[in-house]
Design a protein around this ligand. Structure first.
Ligand SMILES: [Mg+2]
Length: 405
């Protein structure tokens, strides 16, 4: 398969030449050393020599949800990192807004902070970049930009050791149950049920649907129709995408109790930690959060406050593989279940760290058509790739028509 040829930034190439002289000596000097995550790590440290970015705008079927409004485009920002020991690839995605700013942050701010950087682990590099970007960072688009770099560094780090990502983060391969989800708030009940039949036909083990219609009675009718259609043997989740205030969320959670949901996702905005904790005390419907968190601090705050039953990690929106790992450590320590949001192939590695990985999300906006080796579902379960690194490679012929500036 054809792979994309990337264009390194000119100033990065200059830096690469300056950095390359000691490469062979450092490879030869590499020896087994204790490492926080990988017990058999053989590489002492790596140096970032250059990086380059690419930007694409992929069309999506027009849709909308309760909190984000209309969605018709997925943006992808690619980062290719060249280190002295291995190359790495990372990406950030958006639901149509912010991609150009993310790319600009990487090209014009982050690159200068990392070219020539020696790092013993991607976690060390993440801390370095996070601090360098602190004044304009700690969340938002900066977290997406750091995430793309962090993903590429984890890829290079695992490749340098010749192991799949799940091993580089200190996990064992696990079989992870999957559930199907899509942006279906605007669909008729008939179309919604048809979509759900599609998940079942693929063997997925659970189903998620959107809530947040103009009236709660509409939501309840739709959830009732789906529960009737599924029966009680299939896990059902609902996602409000932050559409409600506290009173609306409490009323909804109570009316949803009879449907025995596996979780109610993002009932409130992520800033309202106490609102989530209060809601959790007042209803038997489990809550999930995480896809809109852009820092490790948010996961820790929710764990401390008792604001969630399930953490959904997303290595892009959260600020990197490093942050998703931190979130799962917090979940494990607090007895919180773990699931994932989007980034299916990457999350298959990351969720292997979870003590209670209840589900991996298979989203309708799947990138399968653009990938060299899409994730395979076997009897409703997935496993992480066994390739060195994260194993994600995009097909040039699939994404090139959507390249943008
Ligand atoms: Mg969601």
């Amino acid at each position: 398969m054809l792979r994309i040829t990337y264009r390194p930034l000119s100033r990065c190439q200059v830096a690469a030449e300056e950095c390359s002289t000691t490469t062979q000596a450092r490879v030869e000097a590499a020896r087994a050393v204790p490492n926080r995550l990988s017990k058999k790590r053989t590489v002492l440290s790596m140096r970032i020599m250059s990086l380059s970015t690419d930007y694409f705008r992929l069309p999506l079927p027009p849709s909308e949800d309760g909190g984000h409004g209309a969605i018709d485009t997925e943006e992808l920002v690619f980062v290719n990192v060249h280190t002295d020991l291995a190359d790495g690839f990372g990406y950030a995605y958006t639901i149509g807004k912010g991609g150009r700013a993310i790319r600009s942050l990487i090209d014009h701010e982050i690159a200068d902070a990392v070219i020539g950087l020696d790092f013993a682990s991607p976690e060390d590099a993440w801390r370095h970049v996070w601090r360098r970007m602190l004044y304009i960072g700690r969340g938002g688009l900066t977290s997406f930009a750091i995430a793309a770099l962090d993903m590429a560094l984890w890829d290079a780090y695992a490749k340098a050791d010749g192991v799949p990502l799940y091993r580089a983060i200190g996990a064992q391969s696990k079989e992870l149950p999957t559930y199907g989800s899509g942006v279906d708030l605007q669909k008729s009940t008939e179309d919604l049920l048809e979509q759900i039949d599609g998940y079942k036909a693929r063997g997925l083990r659970g189903v998620k649907m959107k809530v947040g219609r103009p009236t709660l009675s509409e939501d309840i009718e739709r959830v009732a129709a789906v529960r009737d259609h599924l029966g009680t043997a299939v896990d059902l989740m609902v996602d409000a995408n932050m559409a409600w205030d506290r009173d609306e969320a409490l009323e909804a959670a109570r009316q949803l109790e009879p449907f025995e949901l596996r979780w109610l996702e993002e009932p409130l905005t992520p800033e309202d930690i106490e609102g989530h904790a209060h809601l959790r005390r007042e209803t038997s419907t489990p809550l999930s959060v995480g896809e809109s968190f852009h820092s490790p601090a948010e996961f820790h705050a929710y764990a401390r406050a008792g604001g969630s039953d399930v953490f959904q990690v997303d290595p892009v929106t959260n600020g990197g593989v490093t942050v998703a790992i931190e979130a799962l450590r917090a979940a494990n320590a607090a007895g919180i279940d773990a699931s994932s949001h989007y980034a299916d192939e990457l999350n298959a590695h990351i969720l292997c760290l979870a003590e209670r990985p209840v589900f991996l999300e298979k989203h309708a906006f799947a990138l399968d058509a653009y990938l060299e080796d899409p994730q395979e579902i076997v009897d409703g379960f997935v496993r992480p790739s066994e390739r060195p690194g994260h194993g994600i490679a995009f097909l040039a012929e699939a994404v090139e028509p959507f390249r943008a500036d």
